[in-house]
Each structure stands twice: as C-alpha cells, then as structure tokens.
Design a protein around this ligand. Structure first.
Ligand SMILES: [Zn+2]
Length: 128
C-alpha cells in the first residue's frame, strides 16, 4: 500500500492516469498479499517434509564424513596415514582394516567355490 499512498502528497491535479496507476498498484498489492498468504499456508503444510529432508541430508553428510575419514595410523615416517580408513576400526588395508583378498592358488579356488555355492543357493531360493 506504500506505493498507492505515495501518489497523494503531490501538488499537481489528479488526472485519470494517476487514478489508473493507483488502481493498478492497489491490485498489485492485493495480489502480492494473497500470494504471500498462500505461500505461508503451503510452507506450514510442508514443514514436516523439510524436516525429513534435513534429517536425510544430515545422515548423508555424517556417512560421507565417516567414509572419507582418514586411517590415521602412525606411519614409519612419523605422520598419520592419509588413506581412507574403510575397514575394521576405521583403518586402511595397510593398517589392519580391510582384507585384500586371497593370494595363494588354494585360497583363490576356495573363495571361488564358496561364491559358486552362494549363487546356487540364491538361484534355488528364487526358484530358478
Ligand atoms: Zn593406514
């Protein structure tokens, strides 16, 4: 309403243009007020959604931080290890975190056989 009121303190006679502009400005003000009421209602209705979204974002950030946390084990050079600590106790594969898989021929055969059996059980469960 500030815009509509500002036309009034002038010295010149009020013309049809002034009245027209004043009317348009009043219409604009009512439209803005209506829109802001609608937006306020919508925001109140969707408040729980933004809460859920924020909780999800925080969880994701926490997981990202956990994933990117360095191993931190003291190296022989005297610095903390900077590899990603993905394994047990948050250590990297060099410092007791993750297994890097079987190395011997027998170990490789054993893990391959175990994996074949796992797939067989899975197919059996699926009824294939
Ligand atoms: Zn490490």
């Amino acid at each position: 309403m500030a815009n509509a009121a500002s036309l009034k303190g002038r010295q010149q006679p009020i013309t049809w243009v002034d009245r027209y502009v004043e009317e348009r400005l009043r219409e604009f003000d009512t439209r803005v007020a209506k829109r802001s009421r609608i937006n306020a209602l919508r925001n109140a209705r969707n408040l729980h959604l933004t809460d859920e979204r924020r909780a999800l974002d925080e969880e994701r950030a926490r997981l990202r931080e956990f994933r990117n946390r360095p191993c931190g084990a003291m190296t022989r050079a005297g610095y903390p290890c900077r590899r990603k600590g993905l394994g047990r106790g948050g250590r990297c594969a060099n410092h007791g975190g993750l297994s890097t898989g079987p190395k011997t021929q027998g170990g490789k055969l054993r893990i391959a056989q175990a994996q074949r059996q796992r797939w067989q059980r899975w197919r059996h469960r699926q009824g294939v």
